[in-house]
Ligand binder design. Structure first.
Ligand SMILES: O=C(O)CCC(=O)C(=O)O
Ligand SMILES: [Fe+2]
Length: 362
């Protein structure tokens, strides 16, 4: 295991690499809001997301025991999540069982990882070359993400193959296990809400084929940005998974689309954020919404977040909660391939419309 020192410069060369692009986009600051980029300083309403206490679902004896009161509490909790998933596509959860101590350790390790010299992060040795910074293919400011990230497949942290430099892999595995438990519990409850009574087994088995081969953890760092707030920390996107569980610090910057407007998410110190991904929208026949979201860069503070992506194995059909579904049958592998093809060909993800039985143009 190489011993990385923390003496080299850690910052990715964002300003140097993208200065031309920033200039070309027109006088850096002033022209950007008109270009419809990160939104500039235009007033965006800050809202608190629906807040749901998961405790009644996370307790281990949730199946069977607990009596009628507990059953009612679980149904009410699932109902609140289902409403939030269809009205917002996003909600916050407390009582999630991921201890504050574990999240604090994650934050400390994450800060340490990103403080390693840039060369060490960008080299193939660390976390299997899973490091991204900026936006390698950006041709305009719209495509630039002022951030760095490690994409950590679960498969890579379950064995000894992964090189974390001086960092212990154990904590990431602990975090991934804890977040995976939240993601699966929420997914089963949301699926159960759509399936009629008598389909308990189907809900319990949902989502099919989610295992270590495809689920992953993404560790994000958003450096303070001299071109904020006119620059994205992360460009607008929807998540291509079933469901995402996100842990963010208190800096803020996450925004989501609600009723055709951007809404800023007010950070909550004890809550994790859950959002619906494209595959869950497809499975739910569009009842749950995979909504566009983005991160707006911050001029003064760096920001950290960690996201757990619940994904099915590549060959599992995504399926549906019931026919008629607007989507034809497809696997996660097909979906991912199409997203990559579209991004390469057109510069943007098309996503679910590709899989509609009835194409919108027809
Ligand atoms: O950092 C955040 O708040 C959002 C991250 C995100 O949307 C993603 O990694 O897909
Ligand atoms: Fe996302």
């Amino acid at each position: 295991m190489p011993a990385f020192t923390e003496s080299g410069a850690a910052e990715p060369p964002l300003a140097e690499s993208y200065l031309d692009l920033l200039r070309r986009s027109g006088g850096i600051i002033t022209a950007l809001p008109a270009e419809g980029c990160a939104g500039g300083a235009a007033a965006v309403q800050e809202r608190e997301l629906p807040l749901i206490d998961l405790e009644c679902l996370m307790t281990s004896d949730r199946r069977g025991s607990g009596g009628g009161g507990a059953r009612e509490a679980r149904a009410a909790c699932a109902g609140a999540m289902a409403r939030a998933a269809s009205e917002w596509g996003f909600f916050q959860v407390t009582g999630h069982g991921v201890s504050r101590a574990l999240l604090e350790r994650l934050r400390a390790e994450q800060a340490r990882l990103f403080r390693l010299p840039f060369e060490a992060k960008a080299g193939a040795g660390l976390l299997n070359g899973s490091y991204r910074w900026g936006a390698p293919t950006a041709t305009s400011l719209r495509h630039l993400s002022w951030s760095e990230a490690f994409h950590v497949p679960l498969a890579s942290i379950s064995g000894s193959a992964c090189d974390f430099g001086e960092l212990g892999s154990l904590r990431y595995h602990e975090v991934a296990d804890a977040m995976s438990r939240v993601a699966k519990t929420v997914a089963v409850a949301l699926a159960g809400s759509l399936l009629q009574q008598g389909h308990t087994a189907a809900a319990e088995a949902f989502p099919a084929g989610c295992d270590e081969t495809t689920c992953f953890l993404r560790l994000n760092r958003y450096p303070a940005c001299p071109f904020a707030p006119d620059t994205f920390g992360l460009v607008p996107h929807t998540d291509s998974d079933f469901l995402t569980v996100l842990c963010q610090d208190q800096v803020g910057g996450l925004q989501l689309m609600k009723d055709a407007r951007w809404v800023a998410v007010k950070p909550h110190p004890d809550a994790l954020i859950v959002n619906i991904g494209d595959l869950f929208q497809a499975w739910s026949n569009n009842r749950y919404k995979s909504v566009e979201h983005k991160v707006v860069a911050n001029a003064k503070a760096e920001r950290f977040s960690a996201a757990y992506f619940l994904c099915p194995s590549y060959d599992s059909p995504v399926g549906t909660c019931g026919e008629p579904s607007p989507y034809r049958s497809f696997t996660f592998g097909e979906y991912r391939m199409k997203v990559q093809e579209d991004v390469k060909r057109t510069g943007r993800k098309i996503g679910l419309p590709n899989f509609l039985k009835q194409h919108p143009q027809q």
